[in-house]
Design a binder for this molecule. Structure first.
Ligand SMILES: [Cu+2]
Length: 260
């Protein structure tokens, strides 16, 4: 009897915690993030109803069949009920997968109508570097072995590649608001992960791979970039910031970097 009350109590507290949205995501800053939020909420409501029903039923069964000195009865289960909840679960999972496929694929397969701006985002233990191709629009070739912060070459750009002469490398990611950006994610050493909460985007950086990630931020501001793949002892320090600037401010910043 006490167990049934504890189960109902815990269920009530957990449900209230989600329903009141006391701890929630930061506000979304683009349409993908807003779409993700409504998908997440729909999932939460649907699975929340199932959770609530299952826990209430569990408590009720414990209550109803509590020990009152009666004899135990053997049961072989109920095939019809098992078929019902197995099919419902299958429909729920398949429906969620099919219904969200487009939202997830948009992040990797660009559907932008305009050509996105390309920025290379590289991670290494335990820092971020963001590289812009400069006036020629081309990235210089790199070699991870040449990466050297002290020598002013954190990206490891080959010194004899002319395309790399005007590349701009920065520890923070600056992007213009409302403009599609294609990030090319690379890692110089181990697995890292690019994560910006407000974009609702999370993608691993894998050594040896160039992984494209499409982002677009509508709202100017500063947003934390936190490495979300445990990458070593300094993992907790591996963070940077994504600064979304109005287009004219971004242009003047880029112009100043190029002049340097
Ligand atoms: Cu990391």
């Amino acid at each position: 009897m006490l167990l049934a009350i504890v189960i109902w109590g815990v269920t009530g507290v957990v449900t209230a915690g989600f329903a009141t949205k006391r701890w929630w995501f930061p506000a979304p800053i683009n349409t993908h993030a807003a779409a993700f939020d409504s998908y997440f909420s729909a999932n939460l409501i649907f699975s929340g109803i199932v959770f609530l029903a299952a826990q209430l039923a569990l408590g009720w069964l414990i209550w109803r069949h509590r020990n009152r000195g009666q004899q135990a009865v053997h049961s072989d289960g109920n095939n019809r009920m098992e078929l019902l909840w197995t099919s419902l679960t299958a429909i729920l999972f398949l429906g969620a997968a099919i219904g969200s496929a487009r939202m997830w694929s948009d992040v990797h397969l660009s559907t932008f109508s305009t050509t996105p701006m390309r920025i290379e985002a590289s991670g290494k233990q335990f820092a971020w570097n963001f590289r812009y191709p400069g006036a020629d629009g081309k990235f210089g070739k790199t070699d991870a072995r040449l990466a050297n912060d002290a020598a002013g070459n954190p990206a490891g750009i080959l010194p004899d590649d002319p395309a790399g002469k005007d590349d701009i490398v920065n520890a923070a990611l600056r992007i213009p608001a409302g403009r599609p950006v294609q990030l090319i994610l690379r890692s110089n050493d181990v697995l890292h992960n690019f994560f910006v909460r407000e974009l609702r985007v999370k993608q691993d950086l894998v050594p040896g791979l160039d992984i494209p990630l499409h982002i677009l931020a509508d709202k100017p501001g500063e947003y934390e970039i936190a490495c979300s793949e445990l990458c070593g002892l300094g993992h907790h320090q591996m963070r940077s910031v994504m600064i979304v600037l109005p287009q004219p401010d971004f242009d003047s910043w880029l112009g100043k970097q190029a002049a340097k």
